[in-house]
Write a protein that binds this ligand. Structure first.
Ligand SMILES: [Zn+2]
Length: 221
C-alpha cells in the first residue's frame, strides 16, 4: 500500500499549496530554468527547499550521502552525482553551485569513527571513503569540535573537487559560475556560509549588510 503519510501529504499539497502556485507550475511545465544547484546530503533533516524556502523550479538539487563530490573521472562507469552536475552546468547553465553540509552528518561521523562496515551492502563504505580526502584539513581528531571541522572540510573538499570538472573550471574562470560552501546546524536552524577570503564559516549577510542568524545561534552568543 502506498504510504498513508504520502497520500495525506499530497492531499494537503493539492488543497493548500498547489492552488497558490498553480501559475508557477504551469509556467514550469515546458521547461525549468533554475539558477542555483545545491549539492546536499540525503539526510532527511536537511531539505534544501525547506531551508531556503524555495518554490518549484528554483533549486536544482543533487543529494547523496555526506554531500560529496568525487573528482572528475570519465571512465565509462555510472556516476550519478557527476551526471547530474554535468546536466545542471552544461544544459541548465546554473550560475551558482552551493555545497551544503550539515551538523551530525551520519556518513561523516561513521567515517571518522571508523565504524566498519558502514552497512552490510556493497556501496556506502566505498562512497564515504571520499571523506578521507578532507581529513587533513580538519585538524586534530581528538578536538571536541572535530566532527564539525570535518563536516566543514568535506564541504571545502567537494568545492575543490568541483573544479576538477573541466566544464565547471572553465565557467568559474570566466565568471559565469560561482561555487559556495555552507553548513546547516539542524537543531539550531543556523546556516553558516564559507567566507571565500578567510575560509571561515559565518552567518550569511543580507542586502542591508546584516548577518542573518537563527534565534538559537543568537542565544548562544
Ligand atoms: Zn549527512
Amino acid at each position: 500500500m502506498f504510504p498513508v503519510y504520502l497520500t495525506e501529504g499530497y492531499r494537503s499539497f493539492l488543497l493548500d499549496r498547489f492552488p497558490t502556485e498553480r501559475r508557477r507550475f504551469a509556467q514550469l511545465a515546458s521547461s525549468q530554468n533554475p539558477e542555483i544547484l545545491v549539492i546536499s546530503c540525503c539526510d532527511s533533516r536537511v531539505s534544501p527547499s525547506a531551508i531556503f524556502n524555495a518554490g518549484p523550479g528554483e533549486l536544482f538539487t543533487i543529494r547523496n550521502v555526506a554531500n560529496l563530490v568525487p573528482v572528475y573521472q570519465p571512465d565509462g562507469q555510472y556516476h550519478g552525482t557527476s551526471a547530474a552536475l554535468e546536466f545542471a552546468v552544461q544544459a541548465l547553465e546554473v550560475k551558482h553551485i552551493v555545497v551544503l553540509g550539515h551538523a551530525t552528518c551520519g556518513g561523516i561521523k561513521a567515517y571518522a569513527n571508523k565504524a566498519k562496515p558502514l552497512s552490510p551492502g556493497d556501496f556506502i563504505g566505498k562512497w564515504v571513503s571520499l571523506v578521507g580526502q578532507a581529513e587533513g584539513k580538519a585538524g586534530d581528531p581528538g578536538a571536541p569540535d572535530y566532527l564539525t571541522k570535518l563536516e566543514h572540510a568535506v564541504v571545502v573538499q567537494s568545492m575543490e573537487n568541483l573544479l576538477t570538472f573541466p566544464f565547471v573550471k572553465e565557467r568559474v574562470d570566466d565568471g559565469r559560475l560561482e561555487i559556495h560552501g555552507a553548513h546547516f546546524g539542524v537543531a539550531s536552524g543556523s546556516l553558516l556560509v564559507r567566507d571565500p577570503e578567510t575560509g571561515a564559516f559565518k552567518p550569511p549577510i543580507d542586502t542591508t549588510g546584516q548577518a542573518v542568524r537563527s534565534v538559537a545561534a543568537i542565544a548562544c552568543e
